[in-house]
Design a protein around this ligand. Structure first.
Ligand code: SF4
Length: 83
């Protein structure tokens, strides 16, 4: 599944540069994750990189974007193909 950033985000910007899929951007109030680009870092790393750097634990699984590891891998492969 894709991850999402909650309203606890303090806009510290720590997550944006660590995302291998460039899925994170600055929103109007807080940072946001594009669910079409987030693979939970599948295809790149063993762990979601944004989770590991968020100082306020404001990154959680997106309840409306549940995907299997195979689907996340396919999303990763598609993103690489269109890059
Ligand atoms: Fe980017 Fe990985 Fe965080 Fe998804 S889990 S937003 S791919 S750093």
């Amino acid at each position: 599944m894709a991850l999402m950033i909650t309203e606890d985000c303090t806009s510290c910007a720590a997550c944006e540069p660590v995302c291998p899929n460039k899925a994170i951007s600055e929103g109007e109030l807080i940072y946001v994750i594009d669910p079409d680009k987030c693979t939970e870092c599948v295809g790149w790393y063993d762990e979601p990189q944004c989770l590991s750097v968020c100082p306020v634990e404001s990154i959680v699984p997106h309840p409306e974007h549940r995907e299997s590891r195979e689907e996340l891998q396919a999303k990763h492969d598609h993103l690489l193909a269109v890059a």
